[in-house]
Every structure is written in structure tokens, then in C-alpha cells.
Design a protein. Structure first.
Length: 248
């Protein structure tokens, strides 16, 4: 059986390798993102030349000065791709990492925006990722914008969202139109079910394809050498996902 986490990692890997997008030569992964990290390792293990920098790596961490060095590299144009999520994400790819209520966090407090706005502006590509797919997360309009998906023409930014991957589907993002488009459905999902679980409007084709299954080769990489790479940094994730699969 294919775990959802494995399916999402493969879907993210395919987005990283999208030939229509700018090349991803150096990818940075934030502090608590095991599925995006697995996707990046999968790209590398497939033989593609990519540099992966993990902010959360326990040993051999390339960021000797932590987040400050990540921001410096990004500002210099030396990070090509980053991953972001949000307590709320809306149909214009705006992110809310602050909270809800009249004052941010007055009702519900999210983890905080930290460097999300800077990374969103300065990275040529950002893939949005959130496993939960529900109307409380994917909203019509975020309560507070901690990182905007779009900017006026006179505001400098290198890029915006490429796509949004959730536990139900994959959306692509059209920055010119400021809208998401339903790109594929994970197994067991329907277009109507995704529509009902999404708080914002989006485009979709008459027939929406399914998200491709991971190949046997990809599963072997994920459950073997990639698990070995990830074990030190994400031991709980590896035990829950890969060790469970090995025991099955």
C-alpha cells in the first residue's frame, strides 16, 4: 500500500522537475517539512543535479548561522525554490501564519510568519504545501496577510506560488490571473468533494486527471536510501511512514 506521505512526496518531486518552471538548482527546506524534504531527496536520487539545504538538519547543516544565512542566500538570488504553508491559504495564494480574530491571534494563534514574506518575494519559485484540505484552511480570504501571493507591478519580487499540494489534490497557480486551477485528484477524491472542501473559488477542466501513483522505483528510493538520509533529521516521520511500510 502507498502511504499518502509517499504520494505527496512524489507529487512534489514532479512539480520540482516541471520543465515549464525555472530550474531548481538549489532548494531550501524549512524547519519542519519532512515531506518536501523527501521530495527533494527523491529528485536528487533520481540523478538530477540539485543542491538541497535543510534548515533543520542536525549534523552537516550548511546554514552555520541559521536562518540569517538562508535569508542572505535568498536575497542574493542563490536559492531557487522554497516551500511554504499557512494556517490559512486563499484563492490568490495569500498566506496567513499569524492567526485569526480582530487582532492577529486574538481568536486562534498560528506559529508566526517569521521569514515567509521575504522568501515568498525573493525565491523564483514557491510550492505551497498543506496536508489538511478543509474550508477552515483553504479560505475565500485570509484573515491577515503575512505573505502575499501577488504584488502590484511596481513592487519587486522574483516569483510567487507555482502550485499548492494538499492531502486531497494538486492545484497549479496562474499568477497573471491570480487564480488556482485544479490540476489532479489523489485516489479516492472527486472534483465535487474537493470543491466542497475548498473555501476559495478556482478553475477546473471538465475532466480532472488523477495524481499519478509513485513508481516502484520511486517507492524503493523513498523506503531505502531516502529513509536512510532522513532518519537523523526526521526520525519520527521515518518510523511512522517508512518503517510502517517495511513492516507491512
Amino acid at each position: 500500500m502507498i502511504a499518502l506521505e509517499e504520494r505527496l512526496a512524489v507529487a512534489l518531486a514532479e512539480l520540482i522537475l516541471d520543465p515549464a518552471a525555472p530550474p531548481a538548482r538549489h532548494i531550501a527546506v524549512g524547519a519542519a517539512s519532512p515531506i518536501p524534504a523527501a521530495a527533494c531527496w527523491l529528485v536528487a536520487k533520481r540523478g538530477h543535479p540539485v543542491r538541497l539545504s535543510l534548515l533543520h538538519k542536525r549534523s552537516g547543516n550548511p546554514f552555520t548561522e541559521g536562518s540569517r544565512e538562508l535569508f542572505d542566500l535568498t536575497g542574493q538570488g542563490r536559492i531557487d525554490l522554497f516551500f511554504l504553508g499557512g494556517g490559512q491559504i486563499d484563492g490568490q495564494a495569500n498566506l496567513n501564519l499569524l492567526g485569526t480574530g480582530a487582532w492577529p491571534g486574538g481568536t486562534v494563534r498560528f506559529p508566526g510568519s517569521f521569514g515567509s514574506a521575504f522568501m515568498y518575494f525573493m525565491c523564483p519559485r514557491t510550492i505551497l504545501f498543506r496536508e489538511e484540505h478543509s474550508p477552515r484552511v483553504l479560505v475565500d480570504r485570509v484573515a491577515h496577510i503575512s505573505a502575499p501571493g501577488l504584488s502590484p507591478p511596481d513592487v519587486f519580487r522574483r516569483g510567487t506560488a507555482q502550485a499548492l499540494v494538499t492531502g486531497r489534490c494538486v492545484f497549479s497557480f496562474d499568477a497573471e490571473r491570480g487564480r488556482f486551477r485544479l490540476q489532479s485528484l489523489h485516489p479516492g477524491e472527486t472534483a465535487a468533494g474537493v470543491r466542497a472542501a475548498t473555501g476559495f473559488d478556482y478553475d477546473e477542466a471538465t475532466e480532472v486527471p488523477g495524481t499519478p501513483d509513485p513508481t516502484e522505483a520511486d517507492l524503493a528510493l523513498l523506503r531505502g536510501p531516502i529513509r536512510a538520509e532522513m532518519m537523523e533529521t526526521y526520525p519520527a516521520f521515518c518510523a511512522r511512514v517508512f518503517d510502517r511500510k517495511a513492516a507491512a
